[in-house]
Design a protein around this ligand. Structure first.
Ligand SMILES: [Zn+2]
Length: 226
């Protein structure tokens, strides 16, 4: 494996190698500081000695990491509003939530932000909000670690749809409108395209004993995107 090839593998896994090379993302074949730092992080993630050097074991791990990658399932993507530049923090997973508000009730990003700030948080906990009509609205900047799932906020992106309980205000219910279903899929596909290190899309209920997001992501099209 040549240096440029290893750099392409690191870039595909979400590491930031700067701007050089044919792709403009740092695959210039020069094994400088950025490459060594990214390589060391990759090695650490795979349980190898974090030397930053391309030894035989690291090359093997990179080749198998590339072979494991599957392209995201095809379908519409959207141009994401609000955060023109992708975050440089490493993002490996999308976690889906609901606002736990009654079916059909419109809730704005402003309102959710108010709830979370009222709990003493610095901002809304989620990065993206899917409104009842399928509008995708930005929440907390992607560059910042969110506040949406205990113990798993770093390395993840939190997306939420408005709804998730029946009209009684308490019984968990998958209240996604057709527009919200389509928007959630397009949002997640776009995030996967934007952050190639994303390996899975999960629901909050896979990480905690909670109903949120009131459906099983593993049985949904969302769970099959990567
Ligand atoms: Zn949740």
């Amino acid at each position: 494996m040549k240096h440029a090839e290893a750099q392409r593998a690191l870039i595909a896994h979400g590491y930031d190698l700067g701007k050089g090379g044919p792709s403009g993302k740092g695959d210039d074949g020069r094994w400088g500081n950025l490459s060594r730092t990214a390589c060391a992080a990759f090695q650490r993630g795979r349980g190898l000695a974090a030397t930053g050097m391309l030894d035989a074991e690291t090359i093997k791990a990179m080749q198998s990491a590339m072979a494991e990658r599957r392209p995201a399932a095809p379908g519409p993507v959207v141009k994401l509003p609000g955060f023109p530049k992708p975050a440089t923090r490493r993002i490996e997973e999308i976690i889906v939530h609901c606002t736990a508000t009654p079916e059909g009730r419109a809730v704005s990003v402003h309102t959710i932000r108010g709830w979370h700030i009222g709990q003493g948080w610095k901002d809304i906990g989620y990065h993206w909000v899917v409104l009842l009509d399928g509008t995708i609205a930005p929440g907390r900047p992607e560059s910042q670690v969110g506040s949406h799932v205990a113990g798993r906020n770093s390395g993840t992106m939190g997306v939420v749809y408005v709804g998730g309980v029946a009209a009684d205000g308490k019984t968990p219910k998958d209240t996604r409108t057709p527009a919200q279903k389509a928007a959630l899929l397009a949002l997640c596909r776009s995030l996967i395209q934007r952050y190639p290190a994303i390996r899975r899309v999960t629901g909050h209920n896979q990480h905690a004993a909670k109903a949120c997001p009131s459906f099983d992501v593993r049985k949904d099209e969302l769970g099959r995107l990567v």
